[in-house]
Design a protein around this ligand. Structure first.
Ligand code: PLP
Length: 374
């Protein structure tokens, strides 16, 4: 008897590798039988959302029976004021990760390439695979930083029409300044869309960010997940020319934006003092990590974000360090490619979390060094 013919996903999806861009701390805790971990691995804010956002979301939650406004109009109007652009130059979605999928789907056809720096934010590759596209890597400079010429060369050899740059970058924490990006934009063909992922822009002084907020060949993404401390609300947005934004009106999940999250994000925009407080506390936190690493004789990468990469040794040693920290109840991650694959990436915690981290980091390093007979 011939076996029954069962439903099959499309050829494109069948060919995509099964891939989980990130194993979550909840899953890691379950694997080691702990109820919770010191969460310093996903660059979530240790300082929470603004009290104004919390109050607004608390009030909003009773109307969870309603869908959110599919146009996110109030939020887009407030964002337009903040970025000195118009509401039709903004699209709101459930986080940058959502927008990233839409951008790949809209601008990178199956079989085509998207250029990105080797080592950068892995969710991009998850989307590329699922849409049958591929990554063309540009090698980074020292410390995982952007090499603009390598990007231009990768576009030249692959014919890519999409370039992804996280700036500040995750996981390196490095930042390419305004002039560097302007020059890169000018060196790219006009029909190449530059996808600038600015998830950490709020940690950088506004004057250092690229000018020309709206450029018809560039799309920039921002999020409430990092400095605003609202990762669980799932609110991100893109800034681009109205013609580019109009493309997403065809593809986006119109009712996919969380109503409570929209309302919280709007309230958060009204609390600049809170945001500034977070940014300066994060700066102190980075200094604590630099000092800890220096005390242990370990190198660090100067970061423009809410995390710091600390050099442990080889890739194997850094992996052992991530494992030893997890055993001690601390969740961190590490960069996946050279030159930073011998580093671990630690998110800035509260003062108390940083003190606990310092203790456990020293112990874990001792254990790893004993085992590995350095
Ligand atoms: C955290 C992060 C994201 C995800 O942002 P969401 O808005 O939570 O989806 C995207 N890009 C980079 C570089 C990040 O670090």
């Amino acid at each position: 008897m011939t076996p029954p013919r069962l439903p099959r996903p499309t050829d494109l999806v069948s060919a995509a590798p099964a891939m989980t861009p990130f194993v979550a701390p909840e899953e890691l805790a379950r694997r080691i039988g702990r109820s919770e971990l010191l969460r310093l691995g996903a660059n979530e804010s240790a300082f929470g959302p603004s009290p104004r956002a919390i109050a607004a979301m608390r009030d909003a939650v009773t109307l969870t029976s309603w869908y959110g406004d599919p146009e996110s109009l109030e939020l887009r109007a407030a964002l337009a004021r903040r970025h000195r652009c118009t509401a039709d130059e903004i699209v709101v979605a459930s986080g940058i990760d959502d927008l990233m999928g839409l951008i790949v789907r809209a601008y990178c056809a199956p079989g085509e390439a998207c250029v990105a720096t080797r080592g950068t934010y892995p969710t991009l590759f998850y989307h590329l695979h699922a849409y049958g596209a591929r990554a063309e890597f540009a090698e980074p400079e020292a410390e995982g930083a952007l090499d603009p010429q390598a990007i231009v060369d990768a576009v030249g050899r692959s014919g890519a029409k999409l370039v992804y740059i996280a700036n500040p970058d995750n996981p390196s924490g490095t930042f390419a300044d305004r002039a560097t990006l302007a020059q890169l934009r000018e060196s790219l063909p006009d029909d190449v869309l530059l996808f600038l992922d600015e998830a950490y822009a709020d940690f950088v002084p506004v004057d250092d960010l690229p000018l020309d907020m709206i450029d018809p060949r560039t799309i920039r993404t921002r999020t409430f997940s990092k400095a605003f401390g609202m990762a669980g609300a799932r609110i991100g947005y893109a800034l681009a020319a109205a013609e580019v934004i109009a493309v997403f009106q065809k593809l986006r999940l119109h009712f996919g934006v969380n109503r409570t999250g929209q309302i919280g994000a709007l309230a958060a925009l009204d609390d600049d003092a809170f945001l500034r407080g977070v940014v300066s506390e994060v700066e102190r936190g980075r200094d604590d990590y630099y000092a800890l690493a220096a005390r242990l004789g370990l190198p660090t990468v100067r970061s423009f974000t809410n995390f710091v990469c600390v050099g442990i040794g080889t890739r194997v040693q850094a992996e052992a360090m991530v494992g030893a920290l997890l055993e001690a109840g601390v969740f961190v991650r590490k960069p996946w490619a050279p030159p930073l694959d011998g580093y671990v990436r630690v998110t800035v915690g509260t003062v108390a979390e940083r003190a606990l981290l310092a203790e456990r980091f020293v112990e874990a390093l001792d254990r790893v060094r004993e085992k590995a007979a350095w």
